[in-house]
Design a protein around this ligand. Structure first.
Ligand code: PMP
Length: 453
């Protein structure tokens, strides 16, 4: 079967899964009872992705502190998922808690700026290098708004995305290349009657010739990309890819939108600042306000001027950009605290040192089990990739995805008190994570992969 291409025998995967499932259910009476009593949530969860974890019934979290979760049955978990990056700096960091406690009694939603607003703009510009900023509530929204701004600024209809990328609930990015290399809507989409490829071009990551061909007719407003693809395992840019992409966009009058939502794990100014990328637009969500629902999008001065001119020409009324709770007092307080006191250079030094330890430890136990996998890395983000060599694009990364194996590994780790990201094998190091927690992750992974080899 295709699962056996992972290097693990399907029989061992099933045995590991069955044992973990029995242990999970056998030691969690309150969790089981809660699942049985939840009648009025679709799929039994407040957001249906929560039923995509590997557990037979949802894990219900009583508390999340630092880099540890405790469930309602009292089991503790070393948390390396960290809310799929939203808690990259640890759960409820003290400086954020204090800032929220100050703001909460002073109003949550006025649709007007607080004194923190201008300061937040200055902090974002200084850290990420773009001139003009707006606040949104999710990274999905921020990407949608930035794409709209790019189209308004250029007057062009199309966008370009890379195969295997994920940018949130942004309809027009829900496309992929079929196994035959043809663009199409993602087959898993529901409720999408439109052919999304009409206005979205899609090419493989790390393929500058394909980018050039897609931009040549001058109809593409914007290329949207993560610096490193982090949602299809992990695909790193080849040397020269980003420089070439920047150059091609300039040559064809196409704007470059970098989505740093996950690669904020790299450094205080993201991958963009560390590697000197020069995006025209930048989006960051999830961890940017420490877990308070917030995202930001920035524009260069030149793009902002063109956007402003387009907006001035449009009829009065709704621009299609913005949501009511965006830029709220709570978001501004959270952004300020995160930028000033949480996502500091010292925090990143600590996260990167822990990720070094994690990367080396995981590589060691995988090699000891002789599995044909490797470890990829983007700052504090570490990924076990189920392929012997790095993937160059989303198509290759799809072949390194083995759902039954991954679910069995995740559940086997979970019953050993270690939580990793549910959708692939991603692990994050936060400033609240300890070396002992990293060692526990490595030890538990060693035990689990030892069962598969
Ligand atoms: N951009 C990237 C790179 C992401 O990984 C995600 C979510 N995984 C998003 C945007 C969307 O974030 P949200 O679901 O918080 O809107």
């Amino acid at each position: 079967s295709s699962e056996s291409a992972s290097g693990a025998s399907p029989a061992r995967v099933s045995a590991l899964r069955a044992e973990a499932e029995a242990l999970y259910l056998g030691t969690r009476p309150k969790t089981r009872a809660a699942a049985g009593a939840t009648a009025h949530l679709y799929d039994g969860v407040p957001m249906h992705w929560m039923s995509d974890w590997s557990t037979p019934v949802p894990l219900i979290v009583d508390r999340a502190e630092g880099a540890r979760l405790t469930d309602i049955d009292g089991h503790a978990y070393e948390d390396f998922c960290l809310g799929d990056t939203a808690a990259l700096f640890g759960h409820s960091p003290p400086a954020l808690v204090e800032a929220l406690a100050r703001q909460i009694p002073r109003g949550l939603a006025s649709m007007l700026p607080t004194p923190d607003a201008g300061l937040v703009g200055d902090l974002l510009a200084a850290r990420f290098g773009l001139d003009l900023w707006q606040i949104a509530t999710t990274a999905s929204d921020a990407n949608r708004f930035a794409l709209r701004a790019a189209r308004a600024a250029t007057g062009r209809p199309r966008i370009l995305v890379f195969d295997g990328a994920y940018h949130g609930a942004v309809d027009e990015t829900f496309v992929e290349l079929s196994p035959a290399g043809l663009p199409r809507n993602k087959p898993s989409l529901v409720g999408e009657p439109r052919d999304l490829t009409a206005l979205t071009r899609i090419v493989p990551f790390n393929d500058l010739a394909a980018v050039e061909a897609a931009l040549a007719d001058g109809t593409v407003a914007c290329v949207i990309t993560e610096p490193v693809l982090t949602n299809c395992a992990m695909v790193l840019p080849e040397p020269g890819f980003h420089a070439g992409l920047r150059e091609l966009c300039r040559r064809h009058g196409t704007l470059l939108l970098i989505d740093e939502t996950h690669t904020l794990s790299t450094a205080p100014g993201g991958y963009t600042r560390l590697h000197g990328l020069e995006p025209d637009l930048l989006v960051i969500g999830k961890a940017i306000a420490g877990g308070v629902p917030t995202a930001v999008w920035g524009m260069s001065e030149a793009v902002a001027a063109r956007f402003k001119a387009a907006k001035a020409e449009a009829a009065d009324g709704h621009s299609g950009i913005g949501t009511t709770l965006s830029g709220s007092p709570l978001q501004l307080a959270a952004l300020r605290a995160t930028l000033e006191a949480v996502a500091t250079p010292e925090a990143y030094a600590c996260m990167n040192a822990l990720a070094d330890r994690m990367e080396a430890g995981l590589a060691r136990v995988i090699a000891a089990a002789s599995l044909p996998w490797h470890v990829a890395r983007c700052g504090a983000r570490v990924e076990v990739v189920r392929a012997p060599v790095p993937c160059r694009n989303g198509g290759e990364a799809k072949h390194a995805h083995f759902p039954a194996l991954e679910a069995a590994v995740h559940l086997a780790l979970l019953v050993r008190g270690v939580l990793i990201s549910p959708f692939h094998d991603m692990m994050l190091a936060s400033p609240a994570t300890s070396e002992a927690q990293v060692d526990r992750l490595v030890e538990a992974t060693g035990e689990v992969v030892g069962r598969l080899a």
